[in-house]
Design a protein around this ligand. Structure first.
Ligand SMILES: [Zn+2]
Length: 933
């Protein structure tokens, strides 16, 4: 009964479109495969008439013809080279398509975009692109031209696949969708082709895709099931966080997408993800980012409810919206770029098959209950294969494309209106601009911020003469350093100097600067945050910016900055000794690596030379070679040459041999640290926890950097459960893309007790172990130094925000360059550290004083603590229960034998955002053998 009934339903639904396009033949072999691959069910449907049938073409090849299989075939996933080969074959055969390269990945794989529209539109693509660009920047656009453009232009709808590599279905689906849109003569496809320019990027994370295809093969060989081989590396650095790069554009895939976005200026960006059942179409719970135009929030809902209605009516279970993700942080790579540039950034989560397999759906009640936002919930007991996932994505995408096609002028009107509203806001209400002073302490870091805004398509101006403005908010440092200043009514005039950078807000692409330089206020009773709650970038990077409330700035003398800002260091004075002040930034801290081994010493106290005073941490370079001069200039530092000998207590810096330690549990967090080291030019060797066991390995290392791993400390020792077969991560004939950055015969073992013991011996004989976040739990829980504890909290809610820390051990080399007073750092919820105070209540008189001194010498020292006052803790983001956090240790130096563990509860190298705290880590590393103070 069951097969008969469902095939009748299927038959009934396929007749309608066939009748509508009677002249076009059906590709019967392909169509039969779609039907075979789609599970049938007595009640539910897992496909729609939009996707059930594949039209035939005499000239344009299907994926079946080029690659030998129909997308959704069990066990079949294509490598990037094959996907791109298919798209090139399609582009070569169809005049309705055109293929563009978006650029190459870190590992040299190509990201592409295929444009699809009717032949006339493709023939005039450049003029359609220009029309959209004019609407994207409507400054000076007259009413008649505006109306004409809205009438004639065509929105670009950009679909992107698999930024997340374990989410495997979208590249397969997008091949089929591209073919269908190119050849299908149905009314639906014709309307889409003539009203919308569809753009398809089949794979965003191209390096991770190839690894995932390999991992899927290996999982099947090992009979571990779909997803059975965890994807340890995705791209070179960031794994899942490749989708947290939309603000800072650090990764190649983001840079390629951003450049593509600024070239094409799409009206919609639709990012295809796979996780929750069965199709979540994004709107989010809120709170929504303050800078997203209310219109875009409406557009998310309009498109989402269109898909929900259309797919639900067709009998598909589990189409819903709202209750997943918030819409707050603007760091989701493709979405945020779109939403911050007057486009629509949206995404799907379809139910994953974690590879190319099948499963019987067995979900917890929380996923299948009927709720207001999920009146048509996912169901249990049905069969779910990769083809279900493809059918859902493809049907939903076609519905969205058709809706945009049918409402072309509405979407274009919204598109230009969002740009106009952004310009008007900056013209008519404060703030009118941000000034980024060039003459600031961290000028080179400020230039990086300027260049980031330029990369985001934001215009930057330079003041061409000095001028004074009326009141402004206190500059960043004052705001970040002291909550009192934040609320003070500062009415001092603002001096702007020739050469200062100005971000005018009367421009269409002002939202990125607005949100990156704003203070975020995430309320404790808002729905729980999905990711970071605060990201104020000038605070995180210790850069000064001034928010301008005086509208006359828009008429002051300035010119457009035509190329990236550069700050070159300047030497002054003459003599054999170069003095370089440490400014508490990574550029200063990186100087010893650039100058060359053994050439730099550092002052341990303040001193005077040639009538100027220098603080502790100042670098002293005797008889500098040309390399030192170049390094100083290149880093944007200022050096003073002194003729007189400098007399101060100092130590030579011996640049250490660094091991960057990764786990086989995940590499994402260390990936960001590795990225930062590569960017700063800090060399290291790269090993896994398993490598600690290698005899003698740690004898050749001075510093082990062990970044956060998202797992309990005990898992770092024990690894994964040793059940079933060994799981290699290795380049082989069948898995050519595994290995590469590191490899192992079996990812399951952790460092083991042997590795832990080796690590401890390494510290005891004088090494430095630097831990951040979760890995700081390991030495504490293993009792490396029993005077440090992790503080348990019950009410604290401090998810991913910016908080004030205060220096405690001001003489510690870790704080070289940091000024007195508090400063902002990134922290997320845990761990909070504490050092046991000396017990003065129970001492007897007959203790040998030498033993007492030795005990105190081994007591851990707090280097930085969170601000003592709960109401002064928060700079940006969410904080509740701050009294549990106030005054707790954020960075601790714990002596172990002759060496040290430097425990960071904070994350000093967070996602290429927290440059202001980079130097804390570099200082510790550079002074690894002089951490006593
Ligand atoms: Zn995803």
């Amino acid at each position: 009964m069951k097969p008969l009934r469902s095939s009748l339903v299927a038959l009934a639904l396929t007749i309608a479109p066939l009748a509508a396009a009677a002249q076009q033949a059906v590709d019967s072999a392909y169509t039969a495969r779609i039907r075979e691959l789609t599970p049938t069910d007595r009640i539910w449907k897992f496909n729609t008439e939009l996707v059930e049938t594949m039209p035939a073409s005499a000239t344009v090849p299907t994926p079946l013809k080029v690659l030998g299989y129909v997308p959704g075939t069990l066990g079949r996933l294509s490598y990037v080279a094959d996907l791109n080969r298919y798209f090139r074959a399609l582009a070569a055969a169809s005049p309705r398509t055109k293929l563009f390269s978006l650029g190459m990945s870190d590992e040299g794989r190509e990201m592409i975009a295929l444009v699809i529209a009717d032949e006339a539109t493709i023939g005039n693509l450049e003029s359609y692109r220009t029309q959209l660009a004019r609407l994207a920047d409507p400054r000076g656009l007259g009413a008649a031209d505006r109306a004409k453009l809205i009438h004639e232009a065509k929105p670009i709808y950009w679909l992107s696949g698999s930024i997340h590599s374990p989410e495997t279905g979208s590249p397969e689906m997008l091949m089929e969708l591209a073919y269908r849109l190119a050849v299908d003569e149905s009314e639906n496809s014709r309307i889409i082709r003539s009203n919308v320019i569809t753009m398809i990027t089949p794979v965003t994370e191209v390096d991770g895709r190839d690894r995932m295809v390999d991992a899927d093969k290996e999982a099947r060989e090992l009979k571990l099931g779909a997803g059975g081989v965890p994807l340890i590396y995705w791209g070179k650095y960031t794994a899942h966080d490749n989708n947290r790069d939309g603000m800072v554009l650090s990764q190649k895939l983001t840079q390629n997408f951003m450049a593509g976005f600024l070239h094409w200026k799409p009206v919609v960006v639709h990012d295809l993800h796979e996780s929750v059942p069965f199709l979540y179409t994004s709107t989010g719970t809120g709170p929504y980012n303050d800078e997203y135009d209310p219109i875009v929030v409406d557009e998310w809902h309009t498109l989402a409810y269109q898909e929900i209605t259309e797919l639900t009516r067709r009998g598909l279970p589990g189409i819903w919206t709202h209750g997943f993700y918030d819409g707050w942080a603007p760091n989701y790579t493709l979405l945020s770029i779109a939403n911050l540039h007057n486009s629509i950034g949206r995404f799907y989560e379809t139910y994953t098959s974690s590879g190319a397999g099948c499963r019987t759906v067995k979900l917890p009640a929380a996923d299948t209950s009927r709720r207001w936002d999920r009146p048509n919930p996912p169901v249990n007991g049905v069969r779910w294969c990769i083809r279900n996932n493809i059918n859902y994505q493809e049907s939903g995408s076609l519905i969205a494309l058709r809706y945009v096609a049918d409402h072309r002028e509405t979407f274009l009107t919204n598109y230009v209106a969002k740009a106009e509203r952004m310009i008007d806001r900056g013209r008519n209400s404060a703030p009118y601009a941000f000034v980024i002073p060039r003459g600031q302490r961290h000028a080179a870091e400020a230039a990086d911020l300027v260049n980031l805004f330029r990369a985001q398509g934001t215009e930057i101006h330079i003041a061409t003469s000095d001028f004074t403005l009326k009141s402004a908010q206190p500059p960043t440092r004052a705001r970040a350093a002291d909550s009192a200043a934040q609320t003070a009514k500062v009415a001092a005039p603002v001096m702007v100097h020739a050469g200062d950078w100005i971000v005018r807000l009367d421009q269409p692409y002002a939202a990125t600067a607005r949100t990156l330089l704003a203070i975020q206020k995430f309320k404790a009773d808002d729905p729980p945050p999905y990711d970071d709650t605060g990201w104020t970038l000038d605070a995180l990077r210790h850069v000064e910016t001034i928010k301008v409330a005086d509208s006359t700035i828009l008429t002051r003398p300035m010119q457009l900055l035509a190329e990236d800002a550069k700050v070159k260091g300047t030497p002054s004075g003459s003599g054999p000794t170069l003095l370089v002040r440490h400014l508490g930034d990574w550029r200063s801290a990186a100087l010893p690596w650039r100058v060359g081994a053994g050439k730099v010493s550092v002052a341990e106290t303040g001193f005077s030379a040639d009538g100027a005073s220098y603080p502790a941490g100042t670098f002293i370079v005797e008889n500098p070679a040309a390399q030192a001069q170049e390094a100083i200039a290149g880093l944007g530092l200022n050096a003073v040459a002194s003729a007189a000998p400098v007399s101060v207590r100092r130590h030579a810096i011996t640049v250490p041999r660094i091991a960057l330690l990764h786990s086989w549990i995940e590499t994402q967090n260390e990936g960001w640290v590795r990225y930062a080291f590569d960017q700063m030019g800090i060399p290291y060797t790269y090993i896994s926890e398993q490598g600690l066991k290698r005899p003698g390995y740690l004898d050749k290392v001075d510093v082990v950097v062990y970044p956060n791993v998202g797992a309990p400390a005990i898992n770092l020792v024990n690894g994964r459960p040793m059940i079933g077969p060994a799981i290699p991560w290795k380049k082989t004939a069948t898995t050519p893309n595994l290995g590469k950055w590191d490899e192992t015969d079996d990812i399951r073992p952790g460092m083991g007790l042997d590795g832990l013991a080796a690590l401890r011996r390494f510290i005891e004989r004088g090494g430095l172990l630097l831990t951040t976040g979760n890995t700081s739990r390991l030495p504490v829980e293993m009792g490396f130094n029993s005077s440090v504890n992790i503080v348990a909290t019950t009410r604290l809610n401090a998810r991913g925000g910016i908080f004030r820390v205060q220096p405690v051990s001001t003489a510690s080399p870790v704080l070289y360059g940091y000024e007195s007073g508090s400063f902002p750092v990134y922290f997320s919820q845990q761990p909070l550290l504490a050092v046991t105070a000396r017990d003065t209540t129970n001492t007897t008189e007959d203790v040998d004083p030498a033993i007492d001194v030795a005990r105190e010498k081994m007591r851990a020292k707090v280097i930085l603590k969170f601000h003592d006052k709960a109401d002064s803790l928060l700079v940006s983001g969410l904080l509740a229960g701050g009294d549990e956090m106030a005054g707790k240790a954020a960075v601790v130096d714990a002596p172990v034998g002759k060496g040290h563990v430097l425990l960071f509860g904070i994350r000093p190298l967070w996602r290429w955002e927290s440059q202001g705290s980079f130097a804390l880590a570099l200082n510790a590393i550079a002074n690894w053998n002089h951490l006593e103070f």
